[in-house]
Design a binder for this molecule. Structure first.
Ligand SMILES: O=C(O)CCC(=O)C(=O)O
Length: 414
């Protein structure tokens, strides 16, 4: 668990210096950062472990904490001025760095609060510090679960800890125009018959081998609470991101599970399109990156997002610019696809924010007077269950509805 504070801070501060002074009125922040580095140097600690485990009451330690606190407040303010896309990178980097220092110099050793602050730093910060923060978070989790194994969930009955029951049958009669299905196509077949001509296909027999599916690990509420229950995640609340009642909130994954997954409320909460496996890297051992994603023009690794929600989450009809291998891990989902050539019948939103999304909020209840061409659009559909994978080519419109409590992953690549 190395955290070379001194090595990195020195390089970062020289770089921030130019940006802060030239482009922002950042003299005061720069002054504080330099003082912070000085204090860290005099502490002669170079790893997070050293900082965290020495309960110091030295003057340098207290000073470093105080300086980090001021910078945390300052960078938090900068992050919350104006719209998110305009927030300067440099403040996000500084926010990540000072969160880390603030946490490791906090003598209260409040693990819950430390995890909360570091999760915020992962979600809102950026730069090379993110890696160190993730290491710290894993360390804190191991300390936490070590001393408080399973917490209150130790009381959960085994049969109650399942998200969905194993004997649940696939919903029938939902599919009229089925998508093609293949059992473990070879790389060559996938490339020639689907990826290259951009034809969608349901792939069976690949994700069934992953431990999140095979061992039903991700169907286990206790497991989720143990590995990530304490982690802060962004939840979308409302019927869909195009509806007026939609909002976002940050909450602990464990609380999200209690509030929106276990209890059935009329308000839908969806952990949608979130890079949870980046935030909690230990989850990577439960999956494999599908080798189809390595058929890439750019050699880049896929971006992995989780979609974790109750029955009836609905992602409106939209398209993405990248290849997508959509993997269903827990529960059932209904998915409908329209080829890009159908776009003119799908009423894309005007404006820039949601121009990849149809104006029709719920394609299962369409106002045909308002959208008369929609019924002429040709589509294909499927119901995916645990271990199924769906290849969605770039530009393909897709609509997704959960038929049950559900967990899916999407692998996006170019
Ligand atoms: O599962 C969902 O709700 C939406 C998934 C999706 O839109 C995607 O993977 O691109």
């Amino acid at each position: 668990m190395d955290l070379a504070i001194d090595r990195l801070a020195h390089e970062e501060i020289s770089r921030w210096q130019t940006i802060l002074v030239k482009e922002y009125d950042g003299q005061a922040a720069l002054f504080l950062l330099k003082k912070l580095l000085q204090e860290l140097r005099s502490l002669q600690r170079i790893t997070f472990a050293e900082l965290w485990s020495d309960q110091e009451d030295s003057c340098c330690f207290i000073n470093a904490h105080r300086l980090a606190k001021s910078l945390l407040t300052k960078s938090w303010e900068e992050l919350h001025i104006g719209v998110w896309s305009d927030v300067p990178q440099v403040w996000r980097e500084i926010y990540a760095f000072v969160s880390l220092v603030f946490v490791c110099t906090d003598v209260s050793r409040d693990i819950e609060e430390a995890s909360r602050l570091l999760d915020l730093a992962v979600l809102l910060g950026t730069g090379s510090w993110k890696e160190d923060i993730l290491i710290c978070l894993e360390y804190l989790d191991s300390v936490r679960t070590g001393c408080e194994f399973l917490g209150s969930e130790a009381k959960v009955q085994p049969q109650l800890s399942r998200l969905v029951t194993d004997d649940c049958a696939p919903p029938s009669d939902l599919v009229t125009y089925p998508l093609p299905k293949r059992h473990r196509p070879s790389l060559e077949t996938f490339f020639n018959q689907y990826l290259s001509p951009q034809i969608p296909v349901v792939i069976k027999g690949v994700a069934t081998e992953w431990s999140c599916v095979k061992d039903k690990r991700w169907n286990d509420i206790v497991y989720w609470k143990q590995v990530a229950g304490n982690r802060l995640v962004p939840i979308e609340v409302g019927s869909s991101y195009m509806s007026e009642d939609w909002s976002q909130q940050l909450t602990k994954l464990g609380e999200f599970i209690d509030q929106y997954i276990i209890q059935t409320t009329s308000r839908i909460g969806y952990l949608a399109q979130h890079p949870l496996l980046e935030q909690v890297p230990s989850l990577m051992k439960d999956i494999q990156i599908p080798e189809y994603c390595y058929l890439s023009e750019t050699n880049s690794l896929p971006r992995i997002h989780i979609w974790f929600g109750p029955k009836n989450t609905r992602t409106p009809l939209h398209y993405d610019a990248q290849h997508n291998l959509f993997v269903q891990v827990v529960g059932w989902k209904y998915i409908r696809l329209y080829a890009p050539r159908e776009s003119s019948k799908l009423y894309p939103s005007e404006g820039t924010l949601h121009k990849n999304t149809s104006l029709i909020d719920d394609i299962e209840q369409v106002d045909t007077e308002k959208y008369p061409n929609f019924m002429d659009a040709v589509y294909q559909e499927c119901v995916v269950g645990s271990g199924d994978m769906l290849y969605i080519p770039p530009g393909y419109w897709h609509y997704v509805k959960a038929l049950d409590k559900s967990i899916s992953l999407s692998f996006w690549w170019t």
